[in-house]
Write a protein that binds this ligand. Structure first.
Ligand code: PRX
Length: 630
C-alpha cells in the first residue's frame, strides 16, 4: 500500500480497524476487479441464492440498455429473508425500530419473514399481481419495509414516495406509475406533531385516477376519512382468517423490474428510475458488505429515509441481504432534545452509523456536550452521503462522534447508480471531503467538454466508463430520455450530472451538480418542480428557482417571482407562496426566500438563465452572457 505517499491531510486507519475489515488490502482487490470486473461481480453473485444461474454476467449488445446475469432466475426478497431462515440467523434481529413517541418494536428474521408474507397476501387479496405498480407513502415505520419486501416477494414493482413530499408530488408519481394500489399510513410523528399522510393522499387521489384501493396502516390513530369500497385498514385485512403467514413467491427473471423511484432531473418532471432484480441485488449486497464491513454481530444504522435510494439500498435491501441487524427510527435528530441520536446509539449499541452531512452540521450546532453525555464506544464505522461533506463537519464527526477511531465512509452515488460508486473502505487512508476512489471494478474519470481527462485538481464532468450491476436500466416508460440524459453527451459513458476534480493521488472530490438539480439538506429537488408549484398559484406569472449556499442545508432555495397583473408584492404574499410550495411539493421544497422581480434573465429562445441569477445573488461575475436576451 502506498500509505506514505499521499498528499494533503490524510487520516490513516488503525491496525485494529484493518484487522477486522473484510478487505484488508484494497489495492489487491482493486487489481483483481480492474483486470476482470465481470469475474469479480460473478464471484459476488455466487454468494447469493439463485433459482437458476445466468448465461452471461453482462450482455452489452444493446448499449446503453445493459443486461446483467441474463436468464438467471431469482427473488430479491427471498435472498433478504428466506435464505436466513435455514441458518442461525433465523432468530437474530433483522430490525430494531424506535418510534418518536418511544414505541419500540423488534423483528427477528423469522418474524419479519412472517410479517412480509402476510403483507404480501394482503396485497394479493387486493388483486396485486406480478408487474403491477404499488405506491407506498409512509413515514419511517416497520410497515414501509414490509410493504416494499411484500411487493418484491410477489413481483410487484414498488414506487415509494418519500413521506415528506406532498399533494402534487404524490399525485404526479401515482399518475405516472399508473399504480393500482396505494399503501399509506394514517399519519406520521414528526417533531411532536402529526403529518396527516392519509389526508394528503386523499387530496392527491383527487388529481389522479388509477388507484383502485388504498391500504391504510394505522400509526398515529388520529381520525381519517375512509372512502367506502376504496380504502381499507391494513389491520382489518391482515387479521382475516385466510391471510396466512405462508406466501408463495414469484420466481423472477434477473432483469425483471424490482422498483421504480422518482428523482429530479435536469429538466421537467421527476423521472422514474428503474432498477431490476439480479444486478441491483448483487451491487448493494457487495458494496454494503465491503464498505460498511458488515459482520455477524453488527448493529447497523442508516439514518436516511426508506423513501430515498439510500433507504432502499442501505436500510432495506443491503442490510437484509447481508443478514445484518438494521436499526430504523421515526422522528428527527434533535427532537425532543439534540441527543436523540446519541442516546439511541448508546441504548441499542449501534456499531455503524451512516448519515448525511446536513445532519452532522445541524447537530454540530448544539455543541459537543450533547454527544459527550453518551457512551458511543460501540461505534466502529461512520458514513456520509448525499452531498459533499465540508472538512470542518468531517473532522467534528470524526473527533466528537467517532472519538478518532472510526473511519468515515464518504460514499458518492446516486438514485441512478443504485449502489456506492466512489467510496473508501475501512482500510483505506482518508482525506476529509473526498470519497477517495471508485469502488473496485468501476472506472470513473473527470473529463472536459471534449471528453479528455483533465489534469489533476482541475474541474470537469464526472463520468462513469464501465457498466456496473446495479445501474439503472432505463427511465420507466421513457427510454429515449434515458439515452439522451445519461449517455449522449459522451457516447458510451454515463454522465453523472456532477462536476468533480481528481487529485494527484487519484482521489475524487465532488464539487456539485452542473444541472438544474438542487441538493437541499441532501434531498434532491429540481428547479422545475419548485417553479411549476409557484406558477400553479393564481398570483404568479413566472418563476425561477436557484440554490444558494446555506450553512446547515448545504444549499437553500431562492425563488424569483413575476406577479400577474393585479397582484401586489407583499411579505404576506411571499409567505403564502412559500406555504403553497410546501403544500404542493413538500416542506423540504419551501423556498428560503422569495424575491419579486419585474423580469427574469432569459436566452433569446426563452430559457431562464439561472446561472445569471445565481451570480447576481452571490455578487459574482455572471460569465458569458452573450446569449442573454437583453
Ligand atoms: O450530487 C451528488 C450528490 O447527490 C447526487 C445524487 O442524489 P440522489 O440521487 O438523491 O442520491 C443521494 C444518495 C445516494 C449526486 O449526483 N452526492 C451524493 N453523495 C455524495 C454527493 N456529493 C458529494 N459527496 C457524496 N458523498
Amino acid at each position: 500500500m502506498h500509505f506514505n505517499k499521499l498528499s494533503g491531510e490524510v487520516f490513516y486507519p488503525s491496525q485494529e480497524v484493518i484487522e477486522k475489515a473484510h478487505i484488508k488490502n484494497w489495492d489487491e482487490l482493486n487489481e483483481f476487479a480492474t483486470k476482470d470486473y465481470l469475474g469479480f461481480w460473478e464471484k459476488m453473485a455466487n454468494e447469493l441464492h439463485w433459482f437458476q444461474k445466468w448465461d452471461k454476467v453482462l450482455d452489452d449488445s444493446q448499449k446503453p440498455f445493459y443486461k446483467w446475469f441474463t436468464n438467471a432466475k431469482v427473488n430479491v426478497a427471498y435472498n433478504c429473508l428466506d435464505v436466513h431462515l435455514k441458518t442461525p440467523r433465523r432468530n437474530k434481529l433483522a430490525l430494531i425500530w424506535e418510534g418518536e413517541n418511544g414505541d419500540l418494536r423488534t423483528y427477528s428474521y423469522h418474524a419479519l419473514h412472517r410479517e412480509v408474507c402476510k403483507f404480501a397476501n394482503v396485497l394479493k387479496s387486493l388483486g396485486v399481481n406480478k408487474g403491477d405498480r404499488v405506491t407506498i407513502y409512509m413515514g419511517r415505520i416497520p410497515e414501509i419495509i414490509m410493504a416494499m419486501l411484500a411487493c418484491a416477494r410477489i413481483g410487484a414493482i414498488h414506487s415509494v414516495v418519500y413521506g415528506g413530499f406532498s399533494v402534487e408530488a404524490l399525485s404526479e408519481r401515482i399518475e405516472d406509475s399508473q399504480s393500482k394500489v396505494l399503501v399509506v399510513a394514517d399519519g406520521a410523528y414528526q417533531r411532536g406533531k402529526i403529518v396527516p399522510l392519509k389526508q394528503i393522499a386523499d387530496e392527491a387521489l383527487q388529481r389522479c385516477g388509477t388507484v383502485e384501493n388504498v391500504l391504510v396502516v394505522r400509526r398515529t390513530g388520529q381520525p381519517v376519512n375512509m372512502e367506502e369500497g376504496r380504502d381499507m385498514w391494513y389491520h382489518d385485512l391482515v387479521n382475516l382468517p385466510f391471510i396466512t403467514q405462508n406466501c408463495s413467491l414469484e420466481i423472477m427473471d434477473a432483469e425483471d423490474p424490482l422498483f421504480i423511484l422518482y428523482t429530479s432531473g435536469t429538466t421537467g418532471k421527476p423521472k422514474a428510475i428503474l432498477h431490476t432484480q439480479g444486478g441491483y441485488m448483487v451491487g448493494v449486497y457487495t458494496t454494503l458488505k465491503y464498505v460498511f464491513d458488515i459482520h455477524e454481530e453488527d448493529r447497523y444504522w442508516c439514518a436516511a429515509d426508506p423513501g430515498w435510494i439510500t433507504g432502499h439500498s442501505y436500510i432495506v435491501y443491503g442490510p437484509l441481504l447481508n443478514g445484518a441487524t438494521s436499526f430504523l427510527y421515526e422522528g428527527a435528530p434533535n427532537y425532543p432534545y439534540p441527543n436523540r441520536w446519541w442516546s439511541m446509539i448508546e441504548k441499542y449499541g449501534i456499531n455503524i452509523l451512516y448519515t448525511a452531512p446536513t445532519a452532522i452540521r445541524g447537530l454540530m450546532r448544539f455543541g459537543e456536550a450533547w454527544v459527550n453525555r453518551h457512551d458511543l464506544s460501540s461505534l466502529r464505522l461512520l458514513g456520509s452521503v448525499g452531498e459533499p461533506i465540508n472538512p470542518e463537519a468531517w473532522k467534528w464527526y470524526y473527533r466528537v462522534v467517532g472519538k478518532e477511531k472510526c473511519p468515515i465512509m464518504d460514499t458518492w452515488w446516486q438514485t441512478e447508480t443504485g449502489m456506492f460508486m466512489i467510496t473508501p473502505m475501512p482500510s483505506v487512508p482518508l482525506k476529509p471531503g473526498s470519497g477517495t476512489r471508485p469502488f473496485p471494478g468501476i472506472e470513473m474519470d473527470v473529463v472536459d467538454e471534449n471528453g479528455n481527462s483533465v489534469k489533476p485538481n482541475e474541474e470537469g464532468y464526472l463520468v462513469i466508463k464501465t457498466p456496473w450491476p446495479s445501474m439503472m436500466r432505463t427511465i420507466y416508460k421513457d427510454p429515449e430520455r434515458y439515452v439522451n440524459q445519461y449517455w449522449s453527451k459522451f457516447p458510451g459513458w454515463y454522465l453523472t450530472g456532477d462536476s468533480a476534480r481528481k487529485d494527484e493521488d487519484g482521489y475524487f472530490w465532488i464539487i456539485g451538480r452542473v444541472d438544474d438539480v438542487i441538493k437541499v439538506s441532501g434531498y434532491r429537488l429540481g428547479t422545475a418542480e419548485i417553479e411549476s408549484a409557484l406558477v400553479s398559484h393564481p398570483a404568479v406569472a413566472e418563476a425561477a428557482a436557484i440554490g444558494l449556499p446555506h450553512e446547515v442545508k448545504g444549499n437553500a432555495i431562492h425563488a424569483y417571482v413575476i406577479l400577474k397583473q393585479g397582484y401586489e408584492k407583499s411579505p404576506h404574499l411571499a409567505e403564502e407562496l412559500r406555504q403553497h410550495v410546501a403544500h404542493e411539493v413538500g416542506p423540504i421544497a419551501k423556498p428560503e426566500h422569495i424575491e419579486f422581480v419585474d423580469s427574469l434573465p432569459k436566452t433569446r429562445s426563452g430559457k431562464i438563465m439561472r446561472r445569471v441569477l445565481k451570480a447576481r445573488a452571490l455578487g459574482q461575475d455572471p460569465g458569458n452572457i452573450s446569449t442573454l436576451e437583453e
